[in-house]
Ligand binder design. Structure first.
Ligand SMILES: NC(=O)c1ccc[n+]([C@@H]2O[C@H](COP(=O)([O-])OP(=O)(O)OC[C@H]3O[C@@H](n4cnc5c(N)ncnc54)[C@H](OP(=O)(O)O)[C@@H]3O)[C@@H](O)[C@H]2O)c1
Length: 306
């Protein structure tokens, strides 16, 4: 790959991708509100809600590969800002997919495990999605628009954790920060998921792009557990007392959007296409912990222009 455009380069996934890619490939990162410093890639400030500016970005950059990570990814915010959520998560992916088709760019679109209602996991790519909140509905629309507009593109349903620009985007870093501050936190015992460490996910996405896979794939971690159990794993890894986590139901969380209780996805299709097992939780936690020891979270925070 020679030139990659990564949207959402200030987000949890996009920024970690940019830092990982470094200068091994020419990368252009699109940001919206959060312009970055100390990053090894060029930045473009574009509000993807602006149709013309988005077209212009694609025509000017003409990347070999587009990795579309930008989204309104805050599940509860999508309930209160429905129109914008439908524009960003639903329409923009289709617009980008059509632009990619027109200019000959290969596209990887990032979607979510949350498109399912969670009553019948683990889900394969053949199972019918059934979104139960606005985030899920808008993300499902986005994947459908991508696949309809561009039959060369791939759509990956993901779930991941890592260190972010705000220091609190991912559940894992929120647990670590809470333990460190001696806070008592709640962990949901009734939401199952398959989290993948963000840099492991970057490796998977780049492998998908190298192989130019087409269509829909589940790209989550190999191990399923509850959000509570995930917190316990993190407490153990970082040497904190797991009693700092109260086992709770997500229904006690006072959240704006309803949550799917079972977000386990079957990854056999992607495993076969890549010819290797997807990364598991213990290796991911080890990588996440080693990053903390090596002061990587500080490096990420240092990309923020305050
Ligand atoms: N985090 C997870 O565990 C998880 C789980 C499942 C799926 N996903 C999916 O993974 C992808 C990446 O998620 P993330 O956690 O990295 O998201 P994030 O940290 O919330 O970052 C979102 C990114 O999108 C950009 N963005 C938002 N609105 C925009 C707009 N109008 N125009 C241009 N850019 C805009 C933001 O730009 P600024 O910051 O510059 O404003 C930011 O770079 C998303 O598609 C999400 O749905 C995430």
């Amino acid at each position: 790959m020679k030139r990659i455009l990564v949207t959402g380069a200030s987000g949890l996934l996009g920024l970690n991708m940019g830092l990982q890619i470094g200068d091994s490939v020419e990368m252009i990162g699109q940001v919206n509100h959060n312009r970055l410093q100390n990053v090894p890639f060029k930045q473009l400030e574009v509000d993807l809600a602006d149709v013309e500016k988005t077209e212009q970005m694609m025509d000017e950059v003409r990347p070999e590969v587009l990795i579309h990570c930008a989204a309104m990814a805050n599940v509860d915010e999508c309930e209160s800002k429905r129109k914008l959520a439908h524009r960003i998560n639903g329409d923009v992916p289709g617009q980008l997919a059509a632009a990619c088709k027109r200019i000959g760019t290969y596209m990887v679109h990032i979607s979510t495990d949350a498109v399912f209602d969670g009553n019948n996991g683990p889900y394969t790519e053949n199972d019918l999605p059934c979104p139960i909140n606005q985030y899920a509905l808008t993300k499902l629309t986005g994947e459908q628009q991508v696949l309809q507009s561009n039959n060369d593109a791939s759509v990956l349903r993901v779930n991941f954790f890592g260190w972010s620009l705000s220091g609190k985007r991912s559940l894992a870093e929120w647990f670590v920060a809470s333990f460190r501050d001696d806070k008592q936190v709640n962990g949901f015992t009734d939401v199952q998921f398959c989290p993948m460490m963000v840099n492991d996910l970057v490796d998977v996405i780049l492998a998908v792009a190298e192989k130019r896979l087409k269509g829909l794939y589940h790209a989550v971690g190999n191990d399923a557990l509850s959000k509570y159990a995930f917190g316990v794993e993190i407490a153990r890894k970082f040497g904190y007392d797991e009693a700092q986590i109260n086992p709770k139901s997500w229904r006690d969380g006072n959240l704006a959007a309803v949550r799917s209780p079972d977000l386990r996805l079957d990854t056999q299709k992607l495993t076969s296409a890549l010819g290797k097992r997807l990364p598991g939780l213990q290796n991911g936690l080890e990588r996440f912990y080693n990053q903390a020891v090596e002061k990587y979270p500080e490096k990420v925070l240092d990309c923020r222009i305050s």
